[in-house]
Write a protein that binds this ligand. Structure first.
Ligand code: UDP
Length: 197
């Protein structure tokens, strides 16, 4: 069995390496649909127990990963091991590394304006061949949300990085999935703050 069920959520038994390999394949393919990656942390897992709309967002994702050591340990106790925790932050760093080799384009949505800018400055120095197609802070109003979606759609980034916090990022990606035009979209929690330092 390729999946380990923890609290009703079927987690694929994949490592970070394999996750990045799969996502790299998705980016190199010409897929018509946005591929939604959800690193399912304990908060999302708990919220899914009561919130059916969130649960269906998780069910519809292209790939989920186990982003919690507790989730990994529960699967081990049951003998159906998830090999390791796969976080949004680690996945993002690996995508940036591969993107630097392959010249992928990224759009960074989220964090406050100063952090968003600083983070992109850091990335452009550390990963000079990454194409930063665009960026926007995460404190927008419903009024300018449409314009952000249109901007992303026009830029068609390989990777849409959404740092709005979980599960807000997951709901946001799901809501606009059909319009974003990105190849993959991933919620990364507070990763942009960490990169900005
Ligand atoms: N954030 C945002 N817009 C919001 C709320 C949060 O851009 O309306 C950003 C916040 O600045 C931070 C990230 O989302 O960069 C949330 O980080 P946190 O570590 O709280 O997320 P988690 O890891 O819990 O998903």
């Amino acid at each position: 069995n390729q999946y380990a069920k923890v609290m009703g959520i079927p987690f694929p038994k994949i490592t970070l390496d394999r996750t990045v390999e799969l996502l790299s394949q998705v980016i190199e393919q010409k897929r018509p649909e946005l591929f939604h990656v959800i690193t399912v942390n304990p908060e999302i897992t708990m919220a899914c127990q009561k919130d059916e709309s969130l649960r269906s967002i998780v069910d519809e994702a292209g790939l989920i990963t186990a982003d919690g050591i507790g989730i990994v340990m529960v699967s081990r106790i049951r003998g159906g091991g998830i090999p390791e925790r796969v976080t949004g932050y680690d996945t993002l760093l690996r995508l940036l590394h591969n993107g630097n080799e392959k010249g992928w384009s990224f759009y960074f949505l989220g964090a406050d304006a100063a952090t968003n800018e600083k983070c992109c400055d850091v990335i452009s120095v550390k990963y000079p061949n990454v194409n930063i197609a665009g960026r926007h802070h995460g404190y927008f109003t419903p009024d300018n949300e449409g314009a952000i979606v249109e901007e992303i759609a026009g830029l068609k980034p390989d990777v849409l990085v959404v740092a709005l916090g979980a599960p807000y990022a997951e709901r946001w990606i799901h809501q606009y999935k059909g319009r974003l035009g990105a190849k993959i979209a991933i919620g990364v929690g507070g990763s942009l703050d960490v990169i900005a330092g």
